[in-house]
Design a binder for this molecule. Structure first.
Ligand SMILES: C[S@@+](CC[C@H](N)C(=O)[O-])C[C@H]1O[C@@H](n2cnc3c(N)ncnc32)[C@H](O)[C@@H]1O
Length: 211
C-alpha cells in the first residue's frame, strides 16, 4: 500500500473516531466507508502487528479480580486479541465481532484448532449488537471506536471493559481516558485504572456488582 494511502487512511480513521464519539448517530454516515477501508486492509493487517500491540491490554488483564468467563472482543479485526484472550484464560468463551466481512474471514482463517471451540467470530456492528443485556463479564476494545450505550448494556454487573490503544495517543482510532471516564461514569462504571506499556495505553473500567 502506498504511503499516501496509508496516511490518508489513518487520518480518516482519526476523524471518524472523533466525530462518532462526539455524535454517535454519525456512524451511519461513515459505516460504508469504514467497512471498505478495513475490508481492503484485512489481508495485510495481521502481518503488520507484533505482540507489543497488546502489551497495555495484558497489563490491564493482570489487574482483573477474577478470570473472565464470557468475553466480547469488539472490532476484533483479524482476531489477534481474541486469540490472545482464549490462550491466556483457559476456560473463557470469546465472541469477537467486526463490521468488516473480510476481517472476520481472515480472523476465522487464522484461528488455531486448539481454541476453535471457545472462540466465535461474527460480522456485527458495535453500534447495535445482537446479544442480550449483561451477556459478557468482560468487553475488550483494542484500537476501536467506543459505542458507549452498547458497552454499558452488554457488560454484566461486576464486569469490566478494557479500552486499549497499541500506540497510545498516536493510535489513529484513539479516545483519551478522560473522555472514556466521562462517558462511562454516568453509565454505571465506577472504578477506573490506567496502564501504559510498550508505547501503548489502556483503561480498565469496572462496574459494581448488582444490589
Ligand atoms: C483499527 S482496527 C483494530 C482491529 C483489532 N482490534 C486490532 O487491534 O488489531 C478497527 C477495527 O474495528 C472495526 N470496526 C470499526 N467500527 C466498527 C463497528 N461499529 N462495529 C464493528 N466493527 C467495527 C473495523 O472494521 C476494524 O477491523
Amino acid at each position: 500500500m502506498s504511503e499516501w494511502l496509508e496516511t490518508a487512511g489513518r487520518r480518516f480513521a482519526r476523524l471518524v473516531t472523533r466525530a462518532v464519539v462526539a455524535r454517535p448517530w454519525l456512524w451511519r454516515v461513515f459505516r460504508p466507508l469504514m467497512r471498505a477501508q478495513f475490508d481492503r486492509l484485512a489481508s495485510i493487517w495481521d502481518a503488520r502487528r507484533g505482540p507489543e500491540a497488546y502489551a497495555a491490554l495484558e497489563a490491564a488483564f493482570d489487574r482483573l479480580d477474577t478470570e473472565p468467563r464470557r468475553v466480547l472482543d469488539v472490532g476484533t479485526g483479524t482476531g489477534q486479541a481474541a486469540r490472545y484472550i482464549a490462550a491466556r484464560f483457559s476456560t473463557v468463551e470469546v465472541v469477537a465481532v467486526d463490521q468488516s466481512p473480510a476481517m472476520i474471514e481472515e480472523a476465522r482463517r487464522l484461528l488455531p484448532d486448539e481454541i476453535r471451540e471457545r472462540v466465535r467470530f461474527e460480522v456485527a456492528d458495535a453500534a447495535g449488537l445482537p446479544y442480550a443485556e449483561a451477556a459478557f463479564d468482560l468487553l475488550v476494545l483494542l484500537n476501536m471506536i467506543p459505542f458507549f450505550d452498547e458497552i454499558a448494556r452488554l457488560t454484566a454487573p461486576g464486569g469490566s471493559a478494557v479500552f486499549a490503544f497499541s500506540s497510545g495517543p498516536e493510535t489513529p482510532i484513539y479516545t483519551p481516558p478522560a473522555t472514556l471516564r466521562e462517558r462511562l461514569a454516568p453509565r454505571g462504571f465506577d472504578r477506573f485504572e490506567e496502564f501504559a506499556a510498550e508505547g501503548g495505553t489502556a483503561l480498565l473500567a469496572s462496574r459494581a456488582e448488582a444490589g
